[in-house]
Design a protein around this ligand. Structure first.
Ligand SMILES: [Zn+2]
Length: 262
């Protein structure tokens, strides 16, 4: 492939995976390395005085150049699946819930564990109103898929526990990797835990705060029967997403129907 084609491909890939954006998020932190000096050893062993007491940070697995196999990127029916990420958020989640209720449609909420722990009543309300839950990692770790299997598993478990503390019997059907930066290893682990990997097919990049009319235009331009639409009900100022949804939810319902992904 020519360099130009390669860079176009790379750009396309970046656009494809930039959803669930990181705008306004704190910079990603690597997991704390296992500390060699956390506590004094109870059994003194004679060894040469260590010159390398701090182990190197665990190496992160590279993000694959293309999305791994097995991701759900379609709703599984002719209807369009609406997904709202990064919440719950006390400013915006209730607004979206009210809009969904008014339109009498159901959506999927990809919740962040820390947010679920902080706002359990919103998680319970999401479930009570018939919507579906998706695990979106504990603190929106865009590098989660690159970490060790044990770290991935414990992050997803911790998030599930926070969700279940709020809604004990709610099924957690899906997992969505923050930023869409999936790795094949992570897909396997999520599936082993009974979490189906949910990606998307329509990304208006609402996290980047475009005006509502741009969000509407992007969603309408890309949505087809069976699309999975990614939007955000948290993680920053979502006033434009709220405004866009007031138009989009009834419009998508009328054109395609709105369905939960399956
Ligand atoms: Zn996200």
């Amino acid at each position: 492939m020519r360099p130009r084609a390669l860079s176009a491909l790379a750009l396309g890939l970046v656009l494809l995976v930039t959803g669930c954006g990181e705008a306004g998020k704190s910079p990603e932190k690597a997991a704390a390395p296992p500390s060699a000096s956390a506590s004094p050893s109870p059994t003194p062993v004679t060894k040469p005085s260590p010159t390398h007491t701090t182990p190197a940070k665990p190496k992160l697995r590279p993000v694959p150049k293309k999305l791994p196999a097995g991701l759900h990127r379609a709703s599984g029916s002719s209807g369009v699946a609406l997904t709202f990420d990064d919440g719950p958020d006390p400013r915006y989640t209730p607004q979206i819930l009210a809009q969904l209720r008014a339109a009498r449609v159901k959506a999927t909420f990809c919740v962040v564990g820390k947010q679920a722990k902080r706002y359990p009543e919103l998680v319970a309300r999401i479930v009570r109103e018939g919507h579906q839950l998706c695990n979106h990692s504990w603190h929106h770790d865009v590098n989660l898929g690159r970490r060790s299997a044990a770290e991935i598993r414990s992050d997803l478990e911790r998030t599930n526990e926070a969700i279940h503390a709020a809604a004990p019997t709610a099924p957690i059907t899906w997992f969505r990797q923050p930023g869409g930066r999936w790795t094949a290893e992570e897909v396997v682990i999520a599936k082993q835990m009974g979490l189906r990997p949910l990606h998307w097919s329509v990304d208006p990049q609402d996290w980047d705060h475009p005006p509502a009319k741009t969000i509407i235009k992007r969603v309408k331009g890309a949505t087809r029967h069976g699309s999975v639409v990614l939007m955000h009900d948290a993680g920053g100022d979502r006033a434009q997403t709220m405004a866009a949804c007031r138009h989009l939810i009834p419009d998508i319902k009328r054109r395609y129907g709105i369905a939960l992904p399956r």
